[in-house]
Structures are given as structure tokens and as C-alpha cells.
Design a protein around this ligand. Sequence first.
Ligand code: DX5
Ligand code: ZN
Length: 213
Amino acid sequence: MKKIWISPSLLAADFSCLDREIARMEKAEADCLHLDIMDGVFVPNISFGIPVISSIRKTTVLPFDLHLMISDPLSYAEPFAKAGADWITFHLESNSDPRKTIDEIHRLGKKAGLSIRPGTPAEELFPYLDSLDMVLVMSVEPGFGGQSFLDSCLPKITAIRDRAPQLRISVDGGINLETGRLCRDAGADMLVAGSFLFRLENPADEISALRES
Ligand code: DX5
Ligand code: ZN
């Protein structure tokens, strides 16, 4: 069985002291750091962008797991790669051609992920599974942290797992110990958690429980 990866979402951090916030997650043995990029067009919110990623890249060795909630990921894959991304995940519902975008991310030497909103059927990912390093199943509508988990994502996780036994399947939105377990039971092997982890001063026990309970 593959190790379950835990990716804390920086969106829930205190942005006035990002280096300290990231250090807390590194010390608590997070596997990577989930960075939510929002352009105010693909989703009705704006988060942070390339200069912030370049700056925080110098503060940690954690791999950066980028979640691009932007309309045109193909045009921005290169600057995000140069800023320090390790994994670049974009949305199937964006305006960019999925195959060209996956190829571009690989050309840049990065791992490629494809994400679907809650309303998009899992089957729409199937044509791309062979060329992906990860899929990201949204368990809330993208755009904001702190929302409630939608359990309609669970059969989608299982459908993707049945089709792609080796693929990394990440789930994002409303993850806590209870919903994390449901996702793992459904076949997920990566959990993104924002508010659940960042509200704790030292989330080491919760990170290990999310991985193992
Ligand atoms: C939502 C983001 C999530 C969000 C998760 O659009 O993609 O990564 O930060 O936050 P929580 O864990 O609080 O639901
Ligand atoms: Zn996210």
C-alpha cells in the first residue's frame, strides 16, 4: 500500500507570517504544501501568485503542490514552474486544452495533475489518466477554504481508483479525520487539508492520524 500523503493548504495560514506557518507544517511532517492559486475569473476569489511562491520557495524543502484555479493554465505553467512548483494541477473545466497543458507541464520537468469540480463526472478524466501523475477530486466548490465536505466525491474517487490502480488521487475541501477516512476508504492516497490543520499550533498528531487512522 502506498503511503498516504498529507498536503496542508496554505490558504488557511496567517499570511502575515508565512515562513513561520510553513515551518509549523514542515515540523509536523507534512508531505508537501498545497498552494491554491485563484485568478478571480475561474473562481470568484483571488489568492496569491508567482512572487509569493518564489519567496516562500526559499523557506522550505517541502514539495510545492500547486492547485491552479485559473482560466488559462497553459499560459502560466512556465512561470509557476520557474517560481518553484513541483506538482502543477489544473482544472479540466479551464479554457486550456488538457493534453497540451499536461505535455507542457511535463516539458517543464514537473508532475502534472488534473482536477475536477464537484459537478464534473469522473469519466471526463478517463481519457487523460495514462498521462497524468495525479488527479485532484474537489470535495467542495473551488474558491474558498472552510466549506463542508460533499460526499458526492466518494464514488468518483472509487471510479478513478478502479480505472487507475497506481495513480495518485488527491481530495481537496472539507477534509478532517472523519471525511479523510471516507476518502481513504474510497481509494484516495493524498489528502489536502486547510482549516483543519492550520487552526492547530502543532498538527503533528492530526497529520499522522489523517494518514493512518
Ligand atoms: C478551495 C481550495 C482548498 C481549500 C481547502 O478552493 O482548493 O485547497 O484551501 O480548505 P479546507 O480544508 O478548509 O476546506
Ligand atoms: Zn486546493
